[in-house]
Design a binder for this molecule. Structure first.
Ligand SMILES: [Fe+2]
Length: 131
């Protein structure tokens, strides 16, 4: 078993930091699996095999998304930065620069950072209130 996810001596890292590193490694592996399935599906001629791989790809989307949400919960500043980028319309780079610049200014308040486009007319914030 490898311990490649650590760049510092594991015994010097807190349990929380080791878990965070594991989840980052998981996220990387899910992204790799998504890329691999995308390639395999694009070349697979057998319909049944392709359907199974497409089903597997959906699982990887779910895994990636759950792990990303876990990491966002662990790092509010990351969540705040992502909030101004993910599911937004417009230029991704412009949104990213605006979101990075504004992250942390709101003191952890929810909602898009200043300068970021309004997300889906507030539909996202309504969903948050129902959870
Ligand atoms: Fe997975």
């Amino acid at each position: 078993m490898g311990f490649d996810q650590y760049h510092e001596p594991p015994e010097e890292l807190s349990s929380q930091t080791r878990t965070f590193a594991r989840m980052c490694a998981n996220l990387t592996e899910e992204a790799e699996a998504i890329g691999w399935y995308e390639q395999r599906i694009s070349v697979e001629a057998d319909d049944a095999a392709r359907a199974i791989m497409e089903d597997s790809l959906g699982e990887e989307y779910k895994h990636f998304s759950m792990e990303l949400e876990y990491l966002f919960r662990a790092k509010p500043l990351w969540r705040e930065t992502a909030r101004g980028i993910l599911f937004q319309s417009g230029d991704i780079v412009v949104n990213g620069e605006a979101s990075e610049a504004a992250a942390g200014e709101s003191g952890g308040a929810s909602g898009p950072p200043a300068g970021a486009p309004d997300p889906s007319l507030g539909i996202g914030s309504l969903k948050e209130n129902t959870q």
